[in-house]
Design a protein around this ligand. Structure first.
Ligand code: UDP
Length: 411
């Protein structure tokens, strides 16, 4: 596994640490349960970090010194050094891997340099795509550079197999990036259904120390892309009307790659709107504590400008929390409009306020939506994700072996 950008052991919801990290961690744990060993190559974050860390019985993280403190755009310059350290590690340990699985464009570029020497076959997952992000940027957000998009196209055309989280992502890879449709497969990510399940609301509120009225929740990295401003504006609209005790909890921290602090910007907006005292910025919260927050909330709000999947929406639904989200491809594959929450077209805070108002006005309907959400979430689990990946990986490895035999035969 190449995860150069971020580490599966990093604390979530800040800097660039979010869905990708959860994905790598959960898939490697599920693979370990199946007897499939993984080495995850990532960057050393501090000099105190160990060189190795066990993630699961058959999975270890290998930390390599490269580009500490650099933003993602500068990290591309570190790719050759990172790749040669991976190669040197494998050579000194005498390991020949069966497969490379790269995550995000930076790691894809690492894999481009390493194969076929390090492993005969290479599978890539983009997690997000620069072209898709640029198409629906929040105002003031920094566009993804042309270099990233060029590299993504190179990866899409060269990897032996591409994993996409949704069928929309398949279309993008094929039509916008020139991938061969026969080599792109949908494998939805999952949720840990044993931890993320509906808990008693009163008990959950006690656990998180909340004794107020109706509660909205936002969970995620704080960047423009996540649209938290829209949630704050919706709260302000609702506070003026029938919900004077409504609060919004914001879980997550600033992204290091951003030019300015999104948290400071959001606080300033809340102050101007007169709702600063109704928005609690709790910073990043440990993943295992999130089921209490989702179970305590009346709605989870996800006004993202784009989302390749949206694990938060899935986790909220698994906990029986209705989701009010933007109608973007990733979230469309998780949230069912009017069934497990609401999908909202466009970025108008009034539309969010209207749907949240509907949920607050009819607790029975909200509960029903929560129940539907937790039922829908049962279709997604990391075991299922790992099953599908394993099948695809077996096929691509066998295909590689068959080609080697064919070439030997020709010689
Ligand atoms: N997360 C967390 N603590 C936080 C904020 C986020 O554990 O304070 C986790 C969240 O539960 C989810 C992931 O980070 O599993 C974010 O994934 P998502 O796909 O929603 O967004 P991404 O980061 O991939 O854009």
């Amino acid at each position: 596994m190449i995860s150069m950008h971020t580490s599966p052991t990093a604390s979530l919801g800040k800097n660039a640490n979010g869905g990708l990290n959860v994905y790598v961690r959960e898939v490697c744990s599920a693979f370990s349960d199946r007897g499939i060993a993984t080495d995850i190559f990532t960057r050393l974050q501090s000099s105190e970090d160990p060189v190795f860390e066990a993630l699961a019985p058959l999975s270890r993280v290998i930390y390599l010194p490269a580009g500490n403190g650099l933003d993602k755009y500068s990290l591309i310059n570190e790719v050759p050094s990172f790749a040669s350290q991976v190669a040197a590690f494998a050579a000194s340990a005498g390991i020949q891997y069966d497969l490379l699985f790269s995550h995000y464009w930076l790691s894809g570029e690492v894999a481009c340099l390493l194969r076929p020497q390090l492993a005969a076959r290479w599978v890539h997952i983009a997690h997000t795509l620069g072209l898709v992000k640029n198409r629906s940027l929040a105002s003031g957000a920094r566009p993804e550079p042309a270099l990233r998009i060029r590299i993504e196209a190179e990866i899409a055309q060269q990897a032996d197999l591409l994993v996409a989280s949704t069928s929309d992502e398949v279309d993008e890879l094929v039509t916008s990036y020139g991938a061969n449709p026969d080599r792109v497969f949908v494998v939805p990510p999952g949720v840990d259904l044993t931890s993320f399940r509906p808990l008693d609301r009163a008990e959950a509120r006690r656990k998180i120390g909340y004794s107020g009225g109706p509660l909205l929740l936002f969970v995620g990295r704080l960047e423009r892309l996540k649209g938290v401003e829209i949630a704050i504006r919706a709260l302000a609209l609702l506070s003026d009307r029938a919900h004077p005790d409504l609060r919004l909890m914001v879980l997550g921290e600033d992204s290091r790659d951003a030019d300015e602090s999104e948290k400071d910007r959001l606080k300033a907006i809340a102050s101007v709107l007169g709702v600063r005292d109704r928005v609690d910025f709790l910073g990043s919260v440990a993943h295992h504590e999130l089921p209490y927050f989702y179970s305590a909330a009346d709605a989870c709000v996800m006004p993202s400008y784009s989302e390749s999947f949206g694990l938060v929406g899935l986790e909220a639904q698994a906990c029986g929390c209705p989701v009010v989200s933007s109608d973007v491809p990733g979230l469309r594959s998780v949230v069912r409009d009017e069934v497990s929450g609401y999908l909202i077209h466009g970025n108008d805070p009034a539309a969010y306020a209207e749907r949240i108002g509907r949920l607050l006005a009819d607790p029975q309907m909200a509960q029903q939506m929560g129940r539907h959400g937790s039922l829908l979430a049962q279709r997604f689990s990391w075991n299922r994700t790992a099953d599908r990946l394993e099948t695809l990986f077996d096929r691509v490895i066998e295909d590689g072996q068959a080609r080697v035999q064919l070439n030997v035969g020709r010689d």
